[in-house]
Design a protein around this ligand. Structure first.
Ligand code: SAH
Ligand code: SF4
Length: 392
């Protein structure tokens, strides 16, 4: 509560003390709104009206809630926030992929990507500004860590993208994937409630939401313990521990056998999908001998495998695997009874791959930053050339 001696029109304090409605799980939102309107002597249906604006529309402010009296809009604004980042840019690819680059209140940039196919519309969400995991093939990893996103900032990407999709005849969003910037299971404090809100509040079915992780074992186990049947994607990228550790530093902390155990627990929880993501990098992780090993890992936990030709990133000269090699992997998996798909890179012309646009912006604005620990990647065949003057 404001101190009685404060001037009534005191400017907003930082950090903003008002609770963000988009960060509250539905039950807490209902409770907060009910209390708010009760204390103002308003009828109970006002809470339902606001709930609908929050969950069913993309309005960016309380002032747009036009079925509320003006003084109720003002009172809501004084009591609560509604996280609604501005799009810094909206880029549309020739293939229909649409990327929103959102500017957060503190200036951090994050992105979400709408990916249409003839059958469905998928939205790819970010969970962190940047990423601390430092995977050698990933633009987000090269950009370094910015900060954790709040629950509201995660949910706001969905709200904003849904509003854009409706306004531009893209239709409803069918699938949600946490495959934008960041490692969702390294931001579980915000991601767990975001999953609840997206599912129970905004109505996205749990089986249509996929959390992608590079192997944060405690997070996989927490997801397994949740009652909702969210999907899980493991960014595998190598069926062998030694090679995987060259690509993914976290492998040293949570090695593959430990991850596979957690995946068994996830499967045992019932009714959930496991996907393996395998980014195919020429002469790095596409040796023919790896294909049957990948098949064996996938069979073990009944995982669906996505083969994704590597999307080249700035400051690194790795190339995507040759199409023949991708096809070899596909055939090997298929023959072993593993469900497999080759994913075409989408939105290349707008840098819609993982963290790419932000990485480009960082390179332009600041020069490459936070390259420490990257020399290890250079041991892998076809590694990035040094020569950018950054520390080795
Ligand atoms: N941190 C999580 C989710 C975000 S990354 C994770 O790693 O799973 C989403 C996917 O994009 C991951 O499978 C990641 O390995 C993949 N990816 C990252 N950089 C890529 C690149 N340059 N080309 C192709 N896929 C890439
Ligand atoms: Fe982070 Fe995922 Fe990129 Fe690795 S691949 S650096 S975990 S965003």
């Amino acid at each position: 509560m404001a101190n009685a001696s404060d001037p009534p029109d005191r400017p907003t304090l930082r950090p903003d003390p008002r609770p963000d409605l988009l960060s509250l799980v539905p039950e807490a939102l209902d409770h907060a709104l009910a209390e708010h309107f009760r204390s103002r002597g308003q009828p109970a249906f006002r809470a339902t009206q606001v709930r609908k604006w929050v969950y069913e529309t993309g309005v960016a402010s309380f002032q747009e809630m036009t079925n509320l009296p003006q003084e109720e809009r003002d009172a809501l604004e004084a009591a609560f926030r509604l996280e609604a980042p501005e799009p810094e840019t909206v880029s549309r690819s020739a293939d229909g992929t649409v990327k929103h680059l959102w500017r957060m209140e503190d200036g951090e940039l994050i992105e979400s990507v709408l990916i249409p196919t003839p059958e469905r519309l998928t939205l790819c969400l970010s969970s962190q500004a940047g990423c601390a995991m430092g995977c050698t093939f990933c633009a987000t990893g090269w950009g370094g860590f910015g900060r954790q996103l709040t629950t509201g900032e995660i949910v706001a990407q969905y709200r904003g993208s849904r509003a854009w999709a409706e306004a531009h005849d893209y239709g409803p969003i069918h699938n949600l994937v946490f495959m934008g910037m960041g490692e969702p299971l390294a931001n579980r404090k915000a991601v767990h409630p975001a999953l609840t809100i997206l599912n129970a509040g905004l109505g996205v079915g749990a089986r249509r939401i996929t959390v992608s992780t590079v192997g944060v074992v405690p997070g996989i186990r927490e997801l397994a313990a949740r009652p909702e049947q969210f999907g899980l994607a493991l960014s595998l990228h190598s069926p062998e521990e030694a090679l995987r550790a060259e690509l993914i530093p976290l492998e040293k902390r949570h090695p593959l056998p430990e991850i596979m155990d957690a995946l068994h627990a996830f499967r045992d929880a019932g009714g959930r999908r496991i996907t393996f993501e395998y980014t195919m990098i020429r002469d790095v992780n596409d040796a023919e001998a790896l294909a049957p090993k990948l098949a064996a890992r996938a069979r073990e936990v009944h995982a669906f495998v996505n083969l994704i030709p590597f999307n080249p990133i700035p400051d690194q000269d790795w190339l995507p695997s040759r199409p023949e090699r991708v096809e070899f992997f596909r055939r090997t998996l298929d023959a072993a009874g593993v469900s497999v798909a080759v994913r075409e890179p989408r939105g290349r012309d707008i840098d819609a791959a993982c963290g790419q646009l932000r990485a480009n912006a960082l390179v332009e604005l600041e020069g490459p930053r936070r390259k420490r620990g990257r020399a290890r990647g250079a041991k892998v065949a076809g590694a990035p050339a040094a020569g950018n003057g950054a520390e080795g």
